[in-house]
Design a protein around this ligand. Sequence first.
Ligand SMILES: Cc1ncc(COP(=O)(O)O)c(C=O)c1O
Length: 378
Amino acid sequence: MNYDFHTCPDRRGTGSLKWERHAGRDILPMWVADMDFSSAPEIITALKQRAAHGVFGYTIPPSSTVDAVLDYLLEKHGVRVEAEHIVWFPGLVPAINVACRAFVKPGGEVLTCTPVYPPFLSASGFAGVGLRKVPLAENDGVWDMDFDALEAAVTPQTKLFILCNPHNPVGRVFPVGTMERLADFCVRHGLVLISDEIHCDLVLDDLPHTSGLKFSGVNGPAVVSMFAPSKTFNLAGLACAFVVIPDGETRRAFQRAARGIITEVNAFGYAGCEAALRHGWRWHGKLLDALRSNRDFLENFIAASLPGIRTWHVEATYLAWLDARDLQQKDVCGFFEDCGVGLSDGVPFGAPPGFLRLNFGCPRPQLEEALGRMASAL
Ligand SMILES: Cc1ncc(COP(=O)(O)O)c(C=O)c1O
């Protein structure tokens, strides 16, 4: 089967969050993390079949979908989990917010590393608990955790560590040694480890993803690993995610906090998830080729043609983190919008002013046009 990563159906007027933000203006949206690619034909077929059934009542997780998840976790990530360890959720953002309510009592604190996906920073406030932010360290162009800073920041009130694994926005795949140190840190300080693994199948380099689940067990921390087919297979609008919590007490606390306020996953979410995990991998291989090629083009283009902008090598995700502080623009995001490119501003990620995030999950002509506009503006 031929897969098309060169064109995308026009998304304007489809209620696309990404495209509606700048509706009516000549601005290419390169911000929120969904891709301008059609989903895998295998997934579209499965969704059509589900629609053809014609009855859309309350839906519990079909056993075939649960089996697909168990096989996926074992085959792709080397972790064996039981069906009862899975908590289905309509998204990772609600799951992160529920985790803050479940594991941190009033007066307690959440710990995370910045810059990071903004809901990691807002969830603690919504739960009425504290937040400690520790900047990631950057050594010779490579991002890592700063364990000295983490040891200095953690307090007896700290109960939860939220990890972005791989990391949005810096695109880092943390090495297994870093993950081991982090697990040890969580055990010593009695922290529940939340591992957001939504980008784990978007590793572009030949690097192993280390699931937080590898550290769950008698000598490990309580681990809550969160997954979804939504980034990898471009299914964010289907609102289907699964949270894996092997420890029974931890899982029940999480489920209690969600009771009555979190909706069920819908019938199409399950159908899309199962089709992706069972039949989406050939498409996924071609997707990674397209993303790698876009990433290489982007990194070369920035070095050659965007003076005053620095970026880092993206090991995973389709998101590039840009340091545009040298441009000395008061509102650097607004500056690029005015020249026709819609980026994410870095400030909500916990970065100082002057940083941007660029989504390169789109057909090459769109990426070239956006970068060309940025080059003309500079
Ligand atoms: C790290 C991370 N977690 C979660 C999400 C969103 O998850 P969901 O759409 O399942 O709420 C994103 C979306 O960009 C993300 O980058």
